[in-house]
Design a protein around this ligand. Structure first.
Ligand SMILES: [Ca+2]
Ligand SMILES: [Ca+2]
Ligand SMILES: [Ca+2]
Ligand SMILES: [Ca+2]
Length: 315
């Protein structure tokens, strides 16, 4: 956490939840979710790993069972922590830490119930069954840029296809994508959501309601303002890019561009700093935070003010 957190902690991001349930949040930490039916949502793009993935080590028939740990292949940031491995339940959920619970009774999230796992991802939490006699399968794979778990399972006491083929994709920046390739006929009995380590923060995209459909993607992201800096590291919420100096960018002055780099009126300074260096703060926000004079707004934040701000950030 950077020192300025306390200063701006009161200006929380507030997004309106759509009447159409295709997006939601933020939760307390700052995760939001949005699906592929919404403008600005993720694009559904199924990643098939059945030919390249490693089998999730389920026995040939598992009604309520959890296996792991399975290596992610990188350090995945999730709420306040980071994880290198996870567990997979036959009941359509994953946990970064819990390999002992087997819970099939889906709940809305967050949920502090003793039977509900912490550090949970629930792509399709319901009473599912992994049954190889019904051609069920599950794989995991790190393709070098992301980690994927694919599951093909059936519901309890439902032996006739279509079954449920879905996947979880984890990105090193903390983004989580759930994708739905094939769904069975029961659509209103599952939970889709996430929850944190202390089971008091999380998101429910749907609980026991008809919502998901085939070829749907859902993105859970903790970069609520979309400036490329994860909330965990972002001192400034609600960043709007680009900065627009009201008169024009002068030499030895900076303005943040749409791609998160700071441009300058002098070529030799352009690209010298990025919004990562400013912990997710635009020039406009730094000017406001530091109470700088109007010249910065007119001509871009000065090089010395920008560098003073960066130097004041402590990890
Ligand atoms: Ca089950
Ligand atoms: Ca259920
Ligand atoms: Ca951000
Ligand atoms: Ca920001």
């Amino acid at each position: 956490m950077k020192f300025l957190h306390g200063l701006i902690a009161t200006s929380l991001v507030v997004l309106t939840t759509s009447a159409v349930a295709g997006m939601g949040g933020p939760d307390t930490y700052g995760y939001t979710w949005i699906d592929s039916d919404e403008a600005g949502g993720p694009v559904y793009s199924w990643v098939e790993i059945t030919s390249v993935g490693t089998p999730v080590p389920f026995a040939s028939y598992v009604d309520d069972g959890t296996v792991g740990p399975i290596p992610i292949g990188f350090s995945f940031p999730f709420y306040e922590n980071s994880f290198n491995e996870l567990y997979v339940s036959s009941n359509g959920w994953l946990s970064f830490t819990n390999g002992s619970l087997q819970t099939y009774t889906n709940q809305p999230l967050p949920n502090s119930g003793a039977s509900v796992p912490e550090n949970m991802l629930a792509p399709w939490w319901d009473d599912m069954v992994y049954d190889e006699s019904n051609a069920n399968e599950a794989f995991y794979y790190n393709d070098g840029s992301r980690f994927i778990v694919e599951m093909y399972v059936r519901r309890i006491a439902a032996f006739t296809p279509p079954f449920y083929r879905f996947e979880v994709i984890l990105y090193p920046n903390g983004d989580i994508v759930f994708q739905y390739h094939t769904l069975g006929t029961t659509l209103n009995s599952s939970t889709i959501g996430i929850q944190n380590a202390t089971k008091d923060d999380g998101l429910t995209a749907v609980f026991n309601d008809s919502y998901a459909h085939q070829e749907l993607a859902i993105l859970f992201s903790a970069d609520s303002d979309g400036d490329g800096v994860l909330n965990f590291d972002d001192v400034c919420p609600d960043t709007v890019l680009p900065d627009v100096p009201t008169i024009g960018l002068r030499g030895a002055r900076f303005a943040a561009m749409s791609d998160g780099t700071f441009d300058s009126g002098l070529d030799q300074f352009a690209g010298m700093y990025t919004i990562d260096d400013t912990a997710g703060c635009s020039g406009t926000q730094i000017i406001e935070l530091l109470g700088l004079g109007a010249g910065h707004t007119k001509f871009g934040i000065s090089k010395s003010a920008l560098e003073t701000f960066i130097a004041s950030l402590v990890d």
